[in-house]
Design a protein around this ligand. Structure first.
Ligand code: HEM
Length: 507
């Protein structure tokens, strides 16, 4: 009896605490509740610490932001309102709202969900606040000028030839994996944009640590229950991250030391160089715009931004090419008609229009960064509503790009949508795979160039095969960048002997 009374008192006490919590919380955050009420309301109750993130558990995949957004869309529809812990999020799939937000100068800081990443990369270009970001982006943009592409495309072609040699030996016996493509993209980035003239000894280890690091951080992102500092020190994933960061930092230091030796007079080099390599530029900014920690954080961030995105993209794109033989045939015809069996030269790349359309159509269906997020430091007027200062926004590029209102038969893999003659049929702001506005992808032109050369070069040498039949079979997940929840089947069988790699001329 006593136990029962005590238990009841405890329940009453918890109830009172909850009521008190709601009264204080709602009063403090009234402007968000008011805004949300007029915009599809709150249909999910929010709880202390976790907000509404328990939805991820109900949706069945706790670490999968797309599954969560799909679930809420099904029961509530867009726009919807969520609480990531105590942070308010307005989620939209409206292309005009997306454009207004991404271009508004009051919406250029990253959403609070990035704080977990910022804990690890405190001061990288990805996460720093807008005021400091502007100057840094302006400097880094010098390394991504279109004129750099001429130089890099020769290296991308060489990289694709090495890759071809590696997969030739397998003769289509086994599928390649996400890791295989991520390592390939990583190596390309190191030997081009970064400016290393040879592979550093421990580059593979750097790549492995980076991939593991991304896997672990992705696990943390949707979990507001565990504070990031506690996760970092106490959970296996966090401790693993700390260990990997330590190794990545030590390899990065070594890379910088080697580079310093290589260019004792690098400042003079920068002044005369139209397209400075990233590593040279970072070193020249050390002590002024960047400190030691910023340089290391940016090196890790750039390496991740360049490898994970392009690697995941290539795995999915080649699988689609293997599934849709008619698309593959058109790719093959384009490269053979325009370039033949010669090396792919910088001037050939812009001519590969169908291959470029394949890249965009893959990214439309599978945007590797499926959800963009920003935090508003001013009220932002969207025309029919004003989002209050302090809100976070989530922009579901994934849902915009699969919306039948803008994309007829949205799950059909049809690269012709992106051919120049059809460009006028694409409604504005309905394709944002590289984001939009000031904080869009800095590496877009380089990524496109590398991906086009890789696809052209590989399809010219191999028949790509996949046992998958339809886009609907792909179950996607994303915490950092999108991939499938299951391995993909994608094999490469060398084309006829005379077209095999042996016949490719060296540059
Ligand atoms: C398939 C390839 C790629 C895709 C789809 C992609 C997509 C994106 C997207 C959507 C963003 C914006 C994120 C946001 O708004 O929060 C971004 C940012 C960025 N990307 Fe890419 N990316 C790709 C490849 C690359 C490559 C190869 C590089 C470098 C060589 C790169 C460098 C960057 C950088 C530096 C940023 C941050 C820009 C800033 O905040 O100023 N990306 N990328």
């Amino acid at each position: 009896m006593y136990f029962f009374l005590d238990f009841r008192s405890v329940l009453v006490f918890i109830g009172q605490l909850l009521v008190l919590f709601y009264v204080i919380f709602v009063t403090k955050n009234w402007r968000f509740f008011k805004f949300a009420w007029h915009n599809n309301g709150f249909f999910f109750p929010m709880f202390p610490f976790i907000g509404t993130m328990y939805i991820a558990v109900i949706a069945g995949q706790r670490k999968n932001v797309i599954a969560m957004a799909d679930f809420v869309q099904k029961y509530i529809g867009f726009p919807f309102n969520l609480w990531h812990g105590y942070d308010y999020y307005y989620f939209t799939q409206d292309p005009n709202e997306a454009k207004t937000l991404l271009h508004n100068l009051g919406a250029q800081n990253k959403g609070t969900v990035y704080n977990d990443i910022a804990y690890v990369f405190q001061d990288s270009l990805l996460t720093i606040e807008y005021k400091r970001w502007r100057l840094r982006r302006k400097e880094y943009a010098k390394c991504f000028k279109p004129s750099s592409l001429k130089m890099f495309s020769l290296d991308y072609y060489k990289g694709s030839s090495d890759f071809i040699r590696e997969i030739m030996a397998q003769n289509g016996r086994q599928s390649l994996s996400y890791d295989d493509f991520t390592k390939y993209a990583f190596k390309n980035f190191f030997l081009t944009s970064l400016g290393l003239d040879k592979q550093p000894e421990n580059m593979h280890r750097f790549g492995e640590c980076l991939m593991q690091f991304q896997e672990d951080v992705a696990q943390k992102l949707l979990d507001p229950l565990t504070p990031v500092s506690m996760w970092y020190y106490l959970s296996p994933g966090g401790r693993n991250t700390a260990k990997n960061m330590k190794e990545i930092t030590s390899i990065s230091r070594q890379i910088f030391e080697d580079k310093t030796k290589q260019r004792a007079d690098f400042k003079a080099f920068i002044e005369h160089e139209d397209n400075p390599a990233l590593l040279d530029l970072m070193m020249s900014l050390k002590g002024t715009l960047l400190n030691d920690k910023n340089v290391l954080d940016d090196l890790v961030f750039f390496s991740a931004a360049a490898s994970d995105t392009s690697g995941h993209f290539l795995m999915i794109c080649f699988t689609l090419i293997g599934m849709f033989q008619d698309v593959q045939e058109k790719i093959y015809q384009e490269i053979v008609d325009l370039v033949g069996q010669k090396p792919i030269l910088p001037d050939d790349v812009p001519k590969l229009e169908y291959i470029e359309a394949v890249v965009h159509e893959t990214l439309r269906l599978f945007p590797v960064i499926p959800i963009l997020s920003r935090k508003l430091d001013k009220d932002v007027d969207l025309g029919d509503k004003v989002i209050p200062k302090g809100s976070n926004v989530g922009i579901s590029v994934y849902h915009i790009q699969r919306n039948p209102t803008y994309w007829p038969d949205p799950l059909k893999f049809d690269p012709t949508r992106f051919l120049p003659e059809n460009a006028s049929k694409i409604q504005p702001n309905t394709y944002m795979a590289f984001s939009s506005g000031p904080r869009d992808c800095l590496g877009k032109a380089q990524a496109l160039c590398m991906l086009k050369i890789t696809i052209a070069s590989v399809v010219r040498n191999f028949k790509v095969l996949s046992k998958h039949k339809s886009v609907e079979e792909f179950k996607v997940m994303s915490a950092l960048s999108l991939k499938t929840t299951h391995p993909l089947d994608c094999r490469f069988v060398p084309r006829t002997a005379e077209l095999q790699h042996g016949s490719q001329e060296e540059i």
